[in-house]
Write a protein that binds this ligand. Structure first.
Ligand SMILES: Cc1ncc(COP(=O)(O)O)c(C=O)c1O
Length: 396
């Protein structure tokens, strides 16, 4: 009998970059266990709408199950429908050939990072910001360059900051509205950022996943101010289809082939069923608007209530469905704070360390893409809990 070779211990074999998890998902796992044990849990930790997608989506999915395509597939109808969306929403003529379908914005980000940037390239990301920008760039061997955009500047990136980044800057990722703050750049500010990128030869990447969910006016598409921008979007937020894993990117005509080659090698095609269903997502304006109106009410309720519980200095979000709150007077460990809150009250929220490795220990993010009744209940549970925390702090 041949001797069986000794396997390399897995710890030694894992030579890829070690990146952090989403700490919010650790809170989420605990919340799930509590719920299964019969506790009443209010899930405000993940950025996902709790309402189902517009009804037409389910109807289209049922039809697709009956007689839709089942192979690897990219729906020309969906690409055409997305192209029409650019005309309807922004007055932009975008050829459907420039629209590539992805497995959510996540895959759009990966394909963008691998297509545009070489190993070691430096890509600007806003801090606080969506953790996967920083972590995916690092996993792919690109270097995230964090640009600090704290509450003192309303969490908004400025063109002068882009211009001031020392060294080379091959790319810049912006999200307006952004996660976790909901901060949005005005059209003029986005144009200035795009101009600063152009001036120093930086490729602009715009993550527009929260477009359509804004409270202070519509968001500007980066293509309105920079025709060469790469735009990333998804059905996960406004269209309430996070589990359907479908998104898209818009790339310049000259880049379509290179992006397409990356996408097919990395991911083949997105789910056929999701593509067929998503065509219906755009047309139920009533359902989409009703959800955004609900978020607006939740936002107003929270902005009125939280300062009365000692959470001051909140920056009202322009869009998305998050509040990023400073709890630095109560903790210097945002993950422990979230776990304690969950254990004591059943409210699950996300720790700031997911979004900001520097200052995140003093922040938490609440998602208000939940029902209005849940927001009311969360406030009722939060008030006495925060009061107790505050009293304990004073007496210590
Ligand atoms: C700013 C931002 N970009 C991208 C994503 C990824 O979204 P998905 O892959 O579900 O489309 C998220 C998810 O929360 C996000 O907040």
């Amino acid at each position: 009998m041949r001797p069986v070779p000794t396997p390399i211990p897995i710890r030694k074999a894992m030579r890829g970059t070690d990146i952090p998890p989403f700490y919010a998902s650790q809170v989420g796992a605990r919340a799930h266990r509590l719920r299964r044990a019969g506790r009443s849990v209010i899930g405000m930790h993940f950025g996902q709408p709790t309402e189902p997608p517009p009804p037409g989506v389910h109807a289209a999915a049922h039809r697709a199950i009956e007689d839709g395509p089942t192979g690897y597939y990219e729906s020309p109808e969906l690409r055409a429908r997305i192209a029409r969306h650019y005309l309807d929403a922004y007055g932009l003529h975008v050829a459907s050939s420039r629209i590539l379908l992805t497995l959510g914005a996540s895959a759009g980000l990966v394909a963008t990072f691998t297509t545009l940037f070489a190993s070691g390239d430096r890509v600007g990301v806003v801090r606080p910001g969506y953790p996967a920008y920083r972590n995916a760039l690092r996993a792919l061997g690109r270097e995230p360059v964090e640009i600090d955009c704290g509450p003192e500047r309303g969490f908004r990136l400025g063109a002068e900051q882009v211009a001031g980044v020392p060294g080379e800057l091959h790319g810049l990722v912006v999200a307006s509205p952004g996660n976790p703050t909901g901060a949005m750049l005005s059209r003029a500010a986005l144009a200035e950022v795009a101009g600063a990128c152009r001036a120093r030869g930086t490729q602009l990447v715009s993550d527009e996943i929260y477009h359509g969910i804004s409270f202070t006016g519509p968001a500007t598409c980066a293509l309105e101010v920079e025709p060469q921008a790469i735009v990333i979007n998804s059905f996960s937020k406004l269209y309430r289809m996070p589990g359907w894993r479908l998104g898209w990117i818009v790339v310049p005509e000259a880049a379509v082939e290179r992006f397409g080659a990356q996408l097919i090698n990395l991911f083949l095609t997105p789910s056929t069923l999701s593509q067929e269903a998503a065509i219906a997502a755009f047309d139920d304006r009533g359902s989409l608007q009703a959800a955004v109106a609900g978020y607006a009410r939740n936002r107003a309720t929270l902005l009125a209530a939280l300062p009365t519980m000692g959470l001051r200095g909140l920056v009202p979000p322009d869009g998305a469905f998050y509040l990023y709150a400073d709890v630095g007077h109560l903790t210097d460990d945002s993950l422990a704070f979230c776990h304690e809150l969950l254990e004591d009250t059943g409210i699950a929220i996300a720790p700031g360390i997911d979004f900001d490795p520097r200052r995140g220990q003093r922040f938490v993010r609440l998602s208000f893409a939940v029902s209005e009744a849940e927001v009311d209940e969360a406030i009722a549970r939060l008030r006495p809990w925060l009061a107790r925390r505050e009293a304990a702090r004073r007496s210590s």
